[in-house]
Write a new protein. Sequence first.
Length: 210
Amino acid sequence: MSVQSVCKPRPEVLNGDLDDAIFAADFGDLIAGKAPKVYGDAAIFFENTHPAKQLCKVVEAVFGRLASAKEPGATLRLSTGFGGGKTHTLMALWHLANHVEDASMGTDLLPAAGRPRKVHLVAVDGSKAGVPEFASHGKQKVHSLWGEVFYQLGGEKAFKSLGKADDPELSPSEEQIAAAFPTGPVLVLLDEIVTYMAKLSDRGQGNLMG
């Protein structure tokens, strides 16, 4: 049995429809609903995603905490070189959180049994953020990373509770943060924050780091 008889190229390769641009995964485009189907369609994404050991390890660590009310909050930092899989991992977590109730989705990475019933998701790509306007949601302008997080946590109501702290040089109080978080598991995915920080003043950078 030859390699050629076993390994069949995908239809898009045989048809000449493969666009090299799809290999440049962009987390911000996924969040904004602008990613090509190979990344934006959850079913296609998981069909094309190999359950690599490290990817499964990250997914297990994240959703293991989200599924258990006894687990404390935690921060997991993904540190990889270019092409190391960070963006693909973030996309996998994003899709799983958005489809966690679908027992047929992403089971190669996360078994259906033991999943949390629902996950509130916050996702930010710092490379898409601006200064002084971080982002906009319709007529609502957001001016800081905290402002964006608050908006995604609870819409305009949560955002307005931030008040003057929607400023890259300021931070909300612990009480404001606790009040903004909804009941139940919350997953916050942050990408390219250093790119955003490079646009800030020294005080703004120090505020995020501190």
